[in-house]
Structure formats: structure tokens, C-alpha cells
Design a protein. Structure first.
Ligand code: ATP
Ligand code: MG
Length: 505
């Protein structure tokens, strides 16, 4: 008779059910796993064998066949160890066959039969909850799984505990939902940045409306420092956002302590990052940096130093909020609604426009340097702001500027206004940057003077349709920060000041 255990396989953010079927039959001793296993799954034979040995059980000298159905879905990861081991135990009549019928099982086994953390427990728990199943997962992942709602979870530390629970000789208690504190990094305060009032204002607007921002300035003027202050002024994740973000991080295996994330993600990959690292994919399809930055910030420092094709690959996700990775045998989709913050020098020496410091190739070298970023990528950036060198007077000024906490309060108020407005319209968005079509038209009511200024600027600048809408969204956010429902002339004027039509004009 065949023993069956339910587990899952991950296709991007989608969870596919997998049926682990185990049969022990007469024949030459062999242990085979079929059903498109990858190397980690194939190697689980040795881990399972050793884990059972550690419990004093040895595999019967017969023909053991493990089938992972459906057979045409490729199976990746080490979480198949535990379901395979339980399937074998059921087939060997160590545990009753029927007791596992409504459990979804995942976990990696150590040689000593302890159960190690695996990626994807939260999405698997959501899947189990949606199908009225129960879940068996590693103990360390229990705090993450418990967020999936009303679901019964067994989170054993080792295989023996689990067998004892199933046989009724020990009771495992339901794990408690946990928060993950690993992302509580040290965030510099905005008040530590001297001068740079325009850049700070631009940062506040981007945080309030979820817009993209490019900072351009000479070396050492504080661009990277300003960007690192951003997490301190962003509002915390809403419960729904936290669940979305944690599902992606769970799949990427970046929640080692289990628990759900509370802080808005802030990812700052180095400019040597490859396209699969940034967008997702690779040999094992993992979420890329843009998906890990979902509902948060992707900071690309030294933008022109990124590989050109890597930057171009950002174009589609920047518009759609999704990263679609096509592989030979499947398409994998990860959410990637992130806010792009970028920083760059105006030229290779970095001192363009400063007659004392600029090199003898200026301004030609600036054109070469800036042209590394294509027009379409530039068109997707809502705001560009100059971050000039700070004067000594500013550096020596003892007055502390506004703190991040004060700015964060204004940002939160502006976000609340946006969320209320969008929910009144029945739109499933919360930030101005994501408004489109009819919704955008409905939320961008403006005065006559505003329209006159806007039309005049558009005539002169020959902006793209995308540029026009992005400008409107920034103006909407500026009005929200000012507490105004109508977009006034000054709001349009400020939005225009952040949108340069070409970098070197
Ligand atoms: N406006 C500022 N106020 C206070 N300190 C500053 C300011 N600008 C720069 N600094 C100091 O200089 C250091 C370097 O700044 P930062 O790394 O932000 O420069 P950058 O503009 O990113 O330069 P690069 O173009 O070379 O990357 C900061 O860590 C900080 O100590
Ligand atoms: Mg820098």
C-alpha cells in the first residue's frame, strides 16, 4: 500500500500542492526518488536514512520508491526531507497512515534527526489555511507560520518529538506568532544631515507619495547619507503589507529567526549586482532585490556604475510592480512594487560645474557619464534633485535641523489622506505613486491657475505622457503634505522644479 503525505512546491509567490507517495515493495534493495527532484531533493535520501538511523530505525532492505506528484512540476529545496521521512515511517507502519492526511508538511532533516529551518513556511501556512489543512513545520519557523491565521500548527524541534506527538505520548503546543527584529538596523537621523534642505524636502515628498527619486551631486555631499535616513521617515508596514513582504522574505530564506517583518524593507544592493540578483531568477528561482524591496525602498547608489542591461531590466517592474521571470519550463512571478531611490555623481570626476575642481574633460565627460542611464529609465524617475557640496558654514552650524520623527509625522498624515481618498473611490491602492487612469484623474483636481502653469510647462518641455502623469502625482503628494484637496499653482511649480526634462539642460 502507498503512504501519502502532503507538501508544497513554490513557483514564485505561488504555492503548488505536492503529493509525496511512498511505496515499499519486494525487490533488490534500492531507494529512489522520482518526480523531477533537484539536487537538494535527491540528496534528501541520505539525510532521511541517517535521521531514521539516529532514532534507532533502519530502512527495510527492500525497494523503496518515493514519487513526488505531479511528476512534471520541478521540485526545488530541502523542505521535502520531512514529508519523505514521514511517508517512509507511515509505509513502515511506525506511525498510522491516516493520521497525516490533512497536514501540509515541510522541513529539512539533520543527520541527528533534528529539524532545520526552511524557506517558504509562511506561504505554505497560508496555503494550508486556505485549504483547511494543518501544518507541520520546523520549530524555528513556527512563529512565522502562526501569522497565517486560524490554523493548527505542529512545530517540532526534532523527528522524535513529532513521532511521539502523532502516537499520542507527547503533546506539542501551538507556536505563538512572533515579530522579527532582525531588520531593526541603526538608522541615521535626518537632523544629522547639515544643509541640503532641498534634498530633505524631496525625500519627504518621496516618502509621502511613494515616488522615485534621483539625487545628483559631487562626492561627499551626503547623498548616500540622505538615502539611509529614509527608513526613519517611512511609516511602518500595515498588517496586510507586512504579510505580503514577509511571504517574499520567507521564500528567499531571509527570515532566519522566523517571525514577521514590521519595518518597511530597505534594500541597497551594490552596483556589481547581476541581473538575476536584482530582478530575480537564477538557477534556483529566488526573489531578486526588487522583490525583497516590495512595499519598501530599493536604493541604487552610484547608478551609472550599474550594468546597463541590469538597469534596463528595471523598466518593466517599475511600471507593473511585478517581476516576471521566464524560464525554459515555467514563468515565475514575484511582486515588486518598490520605490526607487538612486544617487549619482554628475560626471566621472564628480565635480562638474565647480570651476576649481572639475577635470579638463568637462563638460564632455558629463555627457558620456550621464548617458549610461537611458532615456526610458530616466523617464520613470519622478523627481531629480541636486545635492550640492555642503558649505563649511553649514557644516559648522550647531543648530540641529528637523528630526526624522517630526518629518515622519507629516509623512504619515499625508499617507493617511491618500489612503482615505483612494478608499472612498474604491481603489485598491494607498499611495499617489500607484494611481492610474480614472483614479488619477479623479484625485488630481486643480485650480485654473494650476492648469495654466501646467499646460505652459508641458508645451515648453515636450514631456512624455508618462512624464506628465508622474508630474501630476508628485503635485498631488505635495498638496497632500500641505493638507490641501485641490492642487494649487505652487504645488505644480514645486513638482516641476523636481522634474528635469534632460539631465544636462
Ligand atoms: N550634508 C552633510 N551633513 C553632515 N555630514 C555630511 C554631509 N554630507 C556628507 N557628510 C559626511 O560625509 C560622509 C560621506 O557622505 P556620503 O557618503 O553621503 O556622500 P555621497 O554624496 O554619497 O558621496 P559619493 O558621491 O562619493 O558616494 C557622511 O558619512 C557624513 O559623515
Ligand atoms: Mg554615496
Amino acid at each position: 500500500m502507498v503512504a501519502r503525505v502532503n507538501t508544497v512546491s513554490f513557483q514564485g509567490i505561488d504555492v503548488k500542492p505536492v503529493d509525496v507517495q511512498v511505496q515499499i515493495s519486494n525487490g533488490l534493495p534500492a531507494f529512489t526518488i522520482v518526480g523531477l527532484p533537484d539536487k537538494a531533493v535527491a540528496e534528501s535520501r541520505e539525510r532521511v536514512r541517517s535521521a531514521l538511523h539516529a532514532l534507532g530505525l533502519s530502512l527495510p532492505p527492500k525497494r523503496l520508491t518515493v514519487n513526488l506528484a505531479p511528476a512534471d512540476l520541478s521540485k526545488e529545496g530541502s523542505h521535502f526531507d520531512l514529508p519523505i521521512a514521514l511517508g517512509l515511517l507511515a509505509a513502515m507502519d511506525v506511525i498510522p497512515k491516516d493520521d497525516l492526511a490533512d497536514y501540509v508538511v515541510l522541513g529539512e532533516l539533520s543527520l541527528d534527526a533534528s529539524i532545520r529551518a526552511v524557506a517558504g513556511v509562511l506561504p505554505a501556512a497560508m496555503h494550508a489555511s486556505a485549504n483547511d489543512n494543518r501544518l507541520i513545520c520546523p520549530q524555528v519557523c513556527g512563529g512565522e507560520a502562526a501569522w497565517a491565521g486560524d490554523i493548527e500548527i505542529l512545530a517540532p524541534h526534532n523527528l522524535l518529538q513529532l513521532i511521539n506527538h502523532i502516537k499520542g505520548t507527547q503533546v506539542l503546543s501551538q507556536p505563538e506568532a512572533r515579530l522579527n527584529d532582525m531588520d531593526a538596523r541603526k538608522i541615521p537621523d535626518l537632523s544629522e544631515v547639515k544643509g541640503q534642505e532641498t534634498a530633505k524636502r524631496a525625500l519627504e515628498i518621496t516618502a509621502a507619495g511613494g515616488h522615485n527619486l534621483l539625487m545628483i551631486g559631487p562626492p561627499g555631499s551626503g547623498k548616500s547619507m540622505l538615502a539611509s535616513c529614509l527608513p526613519g521617515i517611512l511609516p511602518p508596514l500595515s498588517p496586510r503589507e507586512a504579510l505580503e513582504v514577509s511571504m517574499i522574505h520567507s521564500l528567499a530564506g531571509t527570515l532566519p529567526e522566523g517571525g514577521i517583518l514590521r519595518h518597511r524593507p530597505y534594500r541597497d544592493p551594490h552596483h556589481s549586482a547581476s541581473q538575476p540578483a536584482l530582478i530575480g531568477g537564477g538557477q534556483k528561482v529566488k526573489p531578486g532585490e526588487i522583490s525583497l524591496a516590495h512595499n519598501g525602498v530599493l536604493f541604487l547608489d552610484e547608478l551609472p556604475e550599474f550594468n546597463r542591461s541590469t538597469l534596463e531590466a528595471l523598466r518593466q517592474p517599475l511600471e507593473s510592480g511585478n517581476a516576471l521571470v521566464a524560464r525554459a519550463n515555467s514563468h515565475v512571478n514575484f511582486p515588486a512594487r518598490f520605490q526607487l531611490i538612486a544617487a549619482m555623481n554628475p560626471c566621472r570626476c564628480g565635480h562638474l560645474g565647480d570651476s576649481d575642481l572639475e577635470c579638463n574633460k568637462a563638460p564632455r565627460c558629463a555627457g558620456d557619464y550621464q548617458s549610461k542611464i537611458s532615456g526610458p529609465v530616466m523617464d520613470r524617475i519622478d523627481m531629480q534633485v541636486d545635492v550640492p557640496a555642503v558649505s563649511v558654514a553649514d557644516l559648522q552650524n550647531a543648530d540641529r535641523g528637523e528630526t526624522s520623527a517630526a518629518v515622519a509625522m507629516r509623512v504619515q498624515a499625508a499617507r493617511d489622506r491618500q489612503a482615505r481618498r483612494f478608499s472612498a473611490l474604491g481603489a485598491d491602492i494607498t499611495q499617489n505613486a500607484h494611481a492610474q487612469g480614472h483614479v488619477l484623474e479623479q484625485v488630481t483636481e486643480m485650480t485654473d491657475e494650476s492648469r495654466i502653469l501646467l499646460n505652459k510647462a508641458m508645451e515648453n518641455a515636450k514631456t512624455s505622457a508618462r512624464g506628465y502623469y508622474r508630474l501630476l502625482k508628485v503635485a498631488r503628494t505635495i498638496a497632500d503634505l500641505a493638507g490641501s484637496d485641490l492642487i494649487e499653482r505652487s504645488h505644480i511649480a514645486e513638482a516641476l522644479s523636481y522634474r528635469r526634462i534632460a539631465l544636462n539642460d
